[in-house]
Design a binder for this molecule. Structure first.
Ligand code: CA
Length: 360
């Protein structure tokens, strides 16, 4: 069996999928993170494609690890790991289709196959307190039972308006009541001192987890915040390889790791990261903003480890992506997603819908 074609698909709304076809007419489907540099990732995929043609798609690690190390001087963060993530997910999906098994079976079996989602609601920096409360209420009306508000600063800013952030958190907490899990994502926007102050007063109101309080490269700062607070601090969405997670674990000592499967070289590397988390007895709370392919890959991985925290990230439905699939991943009326039993990721593209969307 040979790889006959690598087909990147950049949709008008920014999603970047990639299909790997075999000479027997089967395909596997993957996705690359569209956050930031999708055109550069597309170019990288186009440059890697000829190196995959004619190769056996079942020899995934020698093939893709080989590419990672061959081109490592391009960098072990960002574009190359994100391109490889799409290819790796596609080869796992293909393996599932070849074997007729859902991915979680190939990955070792499921501790659970249902995942309550937390609504991950962004844009805090540009919203008023009332607007954020309105967004939270609208997700609650859809059935979601856990929440996170994100500040999303855009350009790098630090300690821009902590009083407003706290007022926003307090108003959301009041709207939801005390029992509903509510987390806060500072999107790297605080100094260590401000992060500790914010974390303490949010904790008094009930804070499920405190995400990325300080700059992603400030491991000593993360450690200082994590040590000062009783609430768990999380980080990891800006790390792309297991060896970077090793450094994060050793130096930042945060109790929750947040790898993103469409960024960190894919399912194979995320398994290595989960193994590290397990060896250090840490919790897993993946970062994931892509509601179909990326989410499916992330949930199959979470199914196979007891480290995965109860709620998985979900940024909301995207009807244009749902239309691409025969049976898209959609949460039920209680904000829970049930993993499909179909082979691989469990997602089957509607060819006509894909053609239409790519042409649009
Ligand atoms: Ca985040």
């Amino acid at each position: 069996m040979k790889i006959s074609r690598v087909e990147p698909m950049l949709f008008p709304w920014g999603s970047l999928y990639v299909r790997i076809w075999t000479d027997e007419g089967l395909y596997g489907l993957g996705e690359c993170s569209p956050m930031g540099s999708r055109r550069e990732i597309l170019t990288c995929l186009e440059q890697l494609a000829p190196l995959l043609l004619g190769r056996d798609p079942r020899q995934r690690d020698p093939l893709l690890r080989g590419l990672l190390h061959r081109f490592l001087k391009l960098g072990d963060s960002g574009i190359l790991p994100e391109a490889l993530a799409g290819l790796d997910i596609a080869l796992w999906d293909l393996l599932g289709k070849l074997s007729g098994q859902p991915l979680y079976v190939l990955l070792g079996g499921a501790y659970r196959t249902s995942f309550p989602l937390y609504a991950s609601i962004g844009g805090g920096a540009g919203l008023t307190v009332a607007q954020m409360v309105e967004r939270v209420e609208s997700f609650r009306a859809q059935g979601f039972q856990a929440f996170k508000i994100r500040m999303d600063w855009g350009a790098h800013r630090r300690d821009a308006d902590p009083e407003k952030d706290f007022a926003m958190f307090r108003a959301c907490r009041q709207a939801l009541g005390d029992a509903v899990p509510l987390s806060f994502d500072a999107n790297n926007g605080y100094s260590v001192k401000t992060a500790i102050r914010q974390g303490r007063r949010m904790a008094e109101l009930g804070l499920a987890h405190f995400e990325e309080p300080v700059a992603p490269y400030d491991y000593p700062g993360l450690r200082a915040v994590a040590e000062a607070l009783d609430v768990p601090v999380s980080a990891g969405e800006h790390e792309y390889t297991a060896w970077r997670f090793r450094e994060l674990i050793a130096e930042a000592q945060v109790p929750i790791l947040q790898p993103d499967v469409v960024k960190c070289c894919g399912i194979s590397e995320m398994r290595r990261i989960i193994a590290l988390a397990e060896a250090h007895n840490l919790d897993l709370l993946p970062h994931q903003t892509q509601p179909q392919v990326g989410l499916a890959a992330s949930l199959h991985l979470c199914a196979t480890t007891p480290l995965a925290m109860p709620y998985h990230e979900y940024t909301g439905r995207q009807p244009r992506q749902e239309e691409l699939f025969e049976e898209p991943l959609v949460p039920d009326a209680n904000g829970v997603i049930h993993l499909p039993e179909r082979p691989g990721l469990g997602l089957v593209l509607r060819e006509e819908a894909v053609r239409r969307a790519l042409a649009g």
